[in-house]
Design a protein around this ligand. Structure first.
Ligand code: EPZ
Length: 419
């Protein structure tokens, strides 16, 4: 298993380009199952989760051709596609469950593995299933699989999500795009990645309109040949911004619309960062003294992203004074805390709230990753620690961060991958 060796403390300076969004690419790729015509998806990130989704599409019968630089794909679906999403693929990546909506909408049946829990918690898919059922999908569970059928086309209806869910919103929007009549979805997630998905579908002829957290969809019979370019990864952009704040760094972060992380940029201004933006760049300088913040709370967009919580915790460990971070999205997203404590952090957990002492001088030690964002946080912490840290199990990081160590090397981080 690959690991990183990181020698700290590092001060970062230079230019870094943000990769395309993994969490935008995954639902868009799943939605290509709705098409009879060829689709070109441009600007995909080169990360493992994308390969997993492509493998899943191929297993269903899609012909996928990559461009030479592996950034773009052309997808052509067979006349008769398979509808079986196997456990061997779904267990690798929960995002695979997003194929259920398009399969049932287009082929009226699917045998789709139920994803299990993961390191972030139980992560059920009950809202996906309830919403698809309201559209006309009948299903039962057998041997760990959802066996789903519909009597022909799904039928538009009104659905009020009991809780805001990114995945359930995406699965339902994709399915409703080909349903008969009008679907109104209320209490939707409105993450920029979901808007990217609906921009893609609308470009292909879908009729999707937003009004706040309500999404109105008028079903169409088919989607047309389309070329679409995926948006930038706001979580990686936020990660580089936090990295710049850790040790008086100075970064030009390219290729991202700053508006999609304005909540997080405002937070970083409060800790003392100096930030300037253009349409597609962020210029950020870390403060001499990082100010602590008393009540950071993760929330659905436009709140602070849970996917930046672990990175913000590293920053608060280095802040002057006490701070708190409340995790409101996932029940078990503090796995990085025990590792940060090994570096010297003083963090107490009370239910879903972390109390962070601040003023921590991290001392290098061996570290173990537990999920994608936790691995990234450990790399950031190791960058500020004195000595050489080893970060193990970085396959989690490879699932969703493109070329991370090379990007860090270019801005001054002493990092090496051990195979
Ligand atoms: C998406 O996961 C992202 N994944 C996650 O990114 C991200 O952390 C999360 O949204 C929140 O922003 C992808 O886009 C592929 P949810 P998702 O449905 O869709 C509960 C990363 O590191 N819930 O909004 O699974 C659920 O347990 C990943 O890139 C139900 O109870 O998130 C959670 O507590 C990690 N029943 C909350 O809702 C359901 O049917 C929000 O989950 C669905 C969700």
């Amino acid at each position: 298993m690959d690991k990183f060796l990181i020698e700290g403390p590092c001060k970062i300076k230079g230019k870094v380009s943000v990769e395309p969004s993994k969490n935008s690419s995954l639902p868009i790729l799943a939605a290509t199952l709705l098409f009879d015509k060829p689709v070109i998806i441009k600007n995909l990130p080169k990360v493992k989760d994308i390969n997993t989704m492509i493998t899943l599409l191929q297993s269903l019968g899609s012909k996928v051709t990559f461009s030479k630089d592996k950034r773009n794909v052309e997808i052509i679906n067979k006349k008769k596609m398979k509808t079986f999403a196997s456990y061997s693929i779904v267990k690798k990546m929960r995002g695979s469950f997003l194929v259920l909506g398009p399969l049932i909408a287009k082929y009226y049946n699917s045998k789709c593995s139920l994803p299990g829990g993961c390191n972030l918690g139980a992560r059920p898919v009950n809202y996906h299933l309830q919403a698809l059922k309201k559209l006309g999908m009948n299903y039962h569970l057998k041997d760990g699989y959802i066996l789903a059928k519909s009597k022909g086309k799904l039928k538009g209806t009104t659905i009020n999500f009991p809780k805001i869910s990114v995945g359930a919103t995406e699965n339902t929007i994709i399915a409703a795009s080909l349903a008969k009549g009008k679907t109104t979805l209320k209490n939707c997630a409105i993450e920029p990645e979901i808007k990217d998905l609906t921009n893609f579908l609308n470009l292909a002829g879908a009729k999707i309109r937003w009004s706040g957290r309500t999404c109105n969809i008028i079903g169409v019979n088919s989607l047309k040949e389309t070329k679409y370019s995926v948006m930038a990864d706001r979580i990686m952009a936020g990660t580089f911004c936090i990295a710049a704040c850790l040790n008086k760094g100075d970064l030009e972060i390219q290729n991202v619309n700053p508006k999609i992380i304005s909540t997080e940029l405002n937070l970083l201004k409060k800790i003392g960062a100096s930030i300037k933006t253009t349409d597609n760049k962020i210029f950020i300088k870390g403060p001499k003294k990082i100010k602590s913040i008393k009540n950071i709370k993760t929330k659905e967009f436009p709140g602070i992203a849970t996917d930046l919580q672990s990175q913000l915790m590293v920053l608060m460990c280095k802040a002057h004074g006490k701070s708190t971070i409340t995790e409101n999205i996932f029940e078990n997203r503090f796995m990085h805390v025990a590792e940060l404590r090994r570096l010297g952090a003083k963090i107490t957990i009370k239910n879903n709230k972390a109390l962070i002492e601040g003023n921590t001088l991290f001392k290098a030690c061996p570290l173990m990753s537990s999920d994608l964002r936790a691995s990234i946080a450990l790399v950031l912490a190791a960058m500020t620690a004195e000595g050489v840290s080893q970060v193990d199990r970085i396959y989690h990081l490879d699932r969703g961060a493109e070329n991370f160590e090379n990007k860090l090397k270019k801005i001054g981080v002493k990092i090496k991958r051990l195979k």
